[in-house]
Design a protein around this ligand. Structure first.
Ligand code: GLC
Length: 651
């Protein structure tokens, strides 16, 4: 089975030399399983080589490093449970499994949703009622005690937080969910680990091997040189990117909080450690890795040390390791960066389609909030139509809220194209969503004011930012109804855009801001906890009480989700094209499918709007049928009437 055309000369030489060395790892496998591993290795070895060569290829030990890597992969494959090997084959056969219109993500903190991992099983009926097929379980890997950045300061990558259960509980949960065709997504924090992690502790105790896992500097000269061009992620509670430790007498690179030490990816041992961790969780049944803070993985003097080309090489190599040893697994990149940089996380140029399967559509999220505040969709239409094309093999993660703050990633040139000042518009959005703007419906809070740039990011739950908290306080039926429609429009947007909709826990029933977080000392300083509430199961139970706010949200969201699942146009492998109708309050896009077009239309204002039906005709919709409401739409007089915040998915 030697397909020489798959290889460059050097890759072929190394592959041929290394293959026999895998014998001890593979010999326990039956012939068919062994053949499958070798087939996948042969098919993807070049991708692996291409990702790793630019990073580690100039070191004399490159070949030995590759040998070590392949052995680890072969060992993990040999240990892979049979049912997961079957899933691997299923995924080989249906590589678009995560792109399908049936996919729906639900994202939650395990403790806040269900107390423990076992508790999640007790709420499976709820998850199934919603229609979720993908669960992003947050904060179950063991983080450091005390402050831990919401779990993103990992103390042990291969252990479960004892308060939530055990590794066995996780494995069992994955098996139960898999039987129901629900995939588990796990956070893998790649840029840093906690200063309490064993690697960091041993580094601190003076072990050279582990000091090389991090970036450590004897004096301020290198940190100062880097700082000249580095932005600040947490300017408020963690200013600067380096921390001095007296016992070490060194400066350590700490992009995020002081207790999160950046990993040194120039060191091949770091790569091997992370591969082991990935393979370990994949063999427990995890199906999607959310690769956290990947933009920061490579540092380069004179730059902002984000989105460096080496990051794409490393991610391509990591992705390839999964493809070879645990092919059922997909990779999702968490890179909240500008559009041009963002599409690179799917792979462009020599990395085309090889870097990650899924990435967050940060711009769609920002533009939703921007249009909602201004009631004007022109910036949204302009920005999203400028978006670079993506490979057909990927899926966006579409979302309105997540556990993080909202940063106003509105580019100055996009704003200028609409005659707006970027800074002015970003400042308006911060005023609007922190409730300072006269007449704003939103209740949010400023996160990380940066006096240098003037940036003010925003915290707050979907419902509170969309006006529900204020409307309930005012007991205004009209405003409650508007808030509900805004939330449903957001849900429809992420379900109908193309991608995996990621519903953030609580947004299905309109959970409001949780102000109690301030009472807990280790959370009090970080107002992102405002929108990380505990699940309110009493409220959730009201989803069955007719006319309750919860029922009005949950039931209608479920209808949107059902509509999505019966609309093949929403398979992510087809393109979304933005349609500029010239209407200032309406956002429109089309999804071109062999079955015909789907035209999605959203009214972003609380006024009724009229849209000329020329646009429908232009896309061949002579007798449009709305997939959401399951009815034909009448536009015989040449005008389409849209109710406040109405959304249509016309086919
Ligand atoms: C990611 C997480 C965020 C965390 C950061 C540092 O952006 O989503 O919550 O603070 O990484 O780990």
């Amino acid at each position: 089975m030697q397909n020489s055309h798959l290889f460059t000369l050097d890759a072929k030489r190394i592959y041929t030399a290394l293959l026999p060395t895998l014998e001890p790892s593979l010999k326990s496998l039956d012939k068919r399983d062994r053949n499958l591993f070798e087939l996948r290795l042969e098919r993807f070895f070049q991708n692996l080589y291409d990702g790793l060569f630019p990073i580690y290829g100039r070191k004399p030990e490159f070949e030995a490093f590759l040998g070590d890597l392949l052995t680890r992969m072969a060992n993990a494959y040999a240990e892979r449970p049979d049912d997961l090997k079957v899933l691997d084959i299923e995924r080989d056969l249906t590589p678009d499994w995560f792109q399908r219109e049936s996919m729906l993500g639900y994202v939650f903190y395990v403790d806040r949703f269900a107390g423990t991992l076992k508790g999640v099983e007790e709420h499976l009926d709820y998850i199934e009622e919603l229609g979720a097929t993908y669960l992003h379980l947050m904060k179950f890997i063991r983080a450091r005690d005390g402050e831990n950045d919401g779990g993103y300061a990992v103390a042990d990558y291969c252990d479960v937080d004892p308060a939530l259960g055990t590794v066995d509980d996780l494995e069992k949960l994955c098996t139960t969910l898999r039987e129901k065709h629900i995939s588990v997504c796990l956070d893998l924090v790649l840029n840093h680990c906690a200063k309490d992690h064993e690697w960091a502790r041993r580094a601190r105790a003076g072990e050279k091997k582990y000091q090389d896992y991090f970036y450590m500097f004897e004096d301020r000269s290198a940190p100062n040189a880097f700082e000249a061009t580095l932005p600040e992620v947490f300017p408020d509670f963690a200013p600067g990117n380096f921390t001095y430790y007296e016992d070490l007498d060194k400066w350590v690179w700490t992009t995020f909080n002081e207790y999160q030490w950046d990993l040194n990816w120039t060191n091949p041992d770091v790569f091997l450690e992370v591969v082991d961790i990935m393979l370990y969780w994949a063999n427990k049944g995890v199906e999607v890795f959310r690769l956290d803070a990947v933009a920061f993985m490579w540092k380069r003097l004179g730059t902002n040390s984000q989105n460096q080309i080496e990051v794409y090489d490393l991610l391509q190599a990591l992705r390839t390791c999964s493809r070879i040893a645990t092919p059922a697994v997909a990779h999702k990149a968490e890179a909240i960066v500008s559009p041009d940089d963002l599409v690179r996380y799917f792979g462009v140029g020599r990395h085309y389609g090889k870097v990650s399967n899924i990435a967050y559509h940060n711009s769609l999220m920002v533009q939703f909030w921007s249009s909602l505040a201004s009631r004007d969709t022109r910036l949204m239409t302009h920005t999203l139509s400028e978006f670079p094309r993506t490979p057909a093999s990927i899926a966006w993660g579409t979302y309105i809220r997540c556990h993080d703050d909202i940063g106003w990633a509105v580019a100055d040139d996009d704003a200028a194209a609409l005659g707006l000042s970027g800074q002015g518009h970003r400042s308006f959005l911060s005023d609007y969503y922190s409730g300072q703007f006269e007449g704003s419906h939103a209740r949010g809070a400023v996160f990380q004011f940066n006096p240098e740039t003037g940036d003010r990011r925003i915290s707050g739950s979907f419902a509170s930012l969309a006006g529900l908290e204020k409307a309930l306080e005012e007991k205004s039926k009209k405003n409650i109804a508007y808030a509900i429609e805004r939330i449903l429009m957001g849900h429809a947007l992420i379900c109908g855009f193309g991608g995996i909709p990621l519903i953030y826990m609580g947004d299905e029933i309109g959970l409001l801001n949780d102000y109690d977080f301030a009472e807990t000392p280790e959370l009090g300083g970080d107002n992102r906890w405002l929108h990380r509430p505990h699940m309110d199961w009493q409220k959730a139970a009201r989803r069955h009480e007719p006319d309750s706010v919860e029922a009005r949200l949950f039931k209608r969201l479920v209808e949107i989700i059902r509509a999505r699942k019966r609309t093949p146009h929403l398979n992510s492998s087809y393109d979304t094209e933005i349609v500029d109708t010239g209407h200032p309050h309406v956002f429109t896009h089309v999804r071109q499918h062999p079955l015909g077009n789907l035209l999605a239309i959203y009214n972003f204002s609380e006024e009724a709007q009229e849209l000329s039906t020329d646009v429908l005709r232009a896309y061949g919709l002579e007798q449009p049928f709305d997939q959401l409401e399951q009815r034909f739409v009448d536009f015989s007089n040449g005008t389409l009437f849209l109710k406040p915040y109405e959304r249509l998915w016309l086919i």
